[in-house]
Each structure stands twice: as C-alpha cells, then as structure tokens.
Design a binder for this molecule. Structure first.
Ligand SMILES: *Cc1c(COP(=O)(O)O)cnc(C)c1O
Length: 222
C-alpha cells in the first residue's frame, strides 16, 4: 500500500464511520494525484479556483463530483455551471441569483450551500445573522428555481484553541438546525453541513458535519 492509499483509507474510514463524506481538496495538486484516489474509488474532489477546476474537469473522468469550495465571483459562475456538483460558499443574494440564472439557462439544478461566517477573523467570507435575514426573506418573495440550497458551510478560526473551534462549529450546526426547522422545514434536500479541514475535522465530525473538506492530510503540503 502506498502512503497516499494508507492515509486515504484511514481518513475515509473515520469520516464515513461518523456518517459524513470526505471531499478530497485537490487544489494546486496535479491531476495524477487526483487519479491516485480516483483509482481507489474516490469521486468527490474540491477545488477553489475556476480556471483550475475547468481544466481538471476537462481532462479527468466525467464521473468525478466536483465541489467548488472557494469564493466564487459572479462572472465566473457560467464556466462551472454545466458540471459542478456542489457550490459550497454562497454568501450573497446576487451570487445565488446568478447561479439560479445559469442553471435555468442550462435546464440544470445546481446544488449550493450558504456560507456562514463563524470564525473571528474579519478576512473570512460568509453570511451572519444580519445578512442572512434579507437573503432568506428575498427568497420567500421570489424563490429560486434552479439553485438548490442544500445546506450550510463554514470555516473555523485557524487556531489551536479547541474550545473556540468547537464553539464555532456548534454555532454553524445551530444555524443549520434553525433553517432546517424554519425556512427549509419539510425540504429533504436541505441536509448538508460542510465543515472541517485537515486541522480540525475531528471536532467538525463531533459537531455534526456531513461534508468534510480535507486537502493537506491527503495530498501533503501545498
Ligand atoms: C484549502 C481548503 C480546504 C482544505 O484545507 P486543508 O487544511 O489542506 O485540509 C478546505 N476548505 C476550503 C474552503 C479550502 O479553501
């Protein structure tokens, strides 16, 4: 067994045992590294740059499920709309409307997650209580038809303080529960909590993550 295979099997085992799915974050890594995991049966990969994702999608097997995990600019939605499996980080009404528009043009439903700001750093993107409210009420007045809101996503603060990270993941799980019982009640498709990376995925799993995005633990340093 290669080192990659060993790491993958161990990590994937832990994550599936916890009832979540592993997204292998392959950004900056060459296609050969993706194919190593593909050959082991893995299909979910995450990228955060549009040009890189488009290029990899063109070159690699078509049954790969591509997750766009980075900040997405509206003028780049069109490039990934035909094939993207899930857009993780929607944090504005305008981005959501653009995804809906591109989905409509293609006759394709595009699954998305609402990104919430849970970390203490100001540099991170995402909705907070105040900005989520108008987005949700706008949706009530004028529902999207081709952007399918499938859950929430968040990134914890990059810190060794486990108590803090735990609290941040819990706050995302709470936002999910509120939406699940509120705006999205009765919607079986609203079910994902995308949280956890190489450094904090065990805490994310404890807090109820369903999608864990791991890069460096699988592929090594970028
Ligand atoms: C890069 C990235 C990851 C993976 O980070 P690692 O620490 O390498 O596991 C997860 N989520 C997002 C949004 C990222 O940009």
């Amino acid at each position: 067994m290669t080192e990659t295979e060993k790491n993958y099997r161990e990590l994937n085992g832990k994550i599936t045992t916890a009832g979540a799915r592993l997204i292998a974050v392959s950004k900056t890594h060459p296609k050969e590294r993706i194919m190593e995991l593909y050959e082991l049966g893995h299909r979910d990969f995450g990228e955060n740059r549009v040009a890189e994702l488009v290029e990899k999608h063109q070159a690699l097997p078509k049954d790969i499920r591509w997750h766009f995990i980075g900040h997405l600019q509206r003028n780049k939605v069109k490039a990934i709309a035909p094939f993207v499996h899930l857009i993780h980080a929607v944090d504005s009404k305008r981005l959501l409307r653009e995804i809906d528009k591109q989905g409509k043009a293609l006759g394709r439903e595009i699954p998305v997650l609402l990104q919430f700001h849970i970390a203490d750093e100001t540099s991170k993107y995402g909705l907070d209580k105040a900005s989520a409210e108008p987005l949700l009420s706008d949706l009530k007045d004028d529902p999207v038809t081709h952007a399918k809101i499938a859950g929430v996503m968040g990134m914890a603060t990059y810190t060794d303080n486990q108590t803090q990270v735990k609290a941040e993941f819990s706050s995302l799980a709470k936002s999910f529960a509120e939406l699940h019982n509120g705006t999205f009640s009765g919607d079986d498709g609203f079910r994902e909590i995308s949280m956890g990376m190489s450094g904090d995925y065990p805490l994310a799993l404890e807090a109820g993550s369903t999608l864990v995005r791991v890069g460096s633990l699988l592929f090594g340093k970028r």
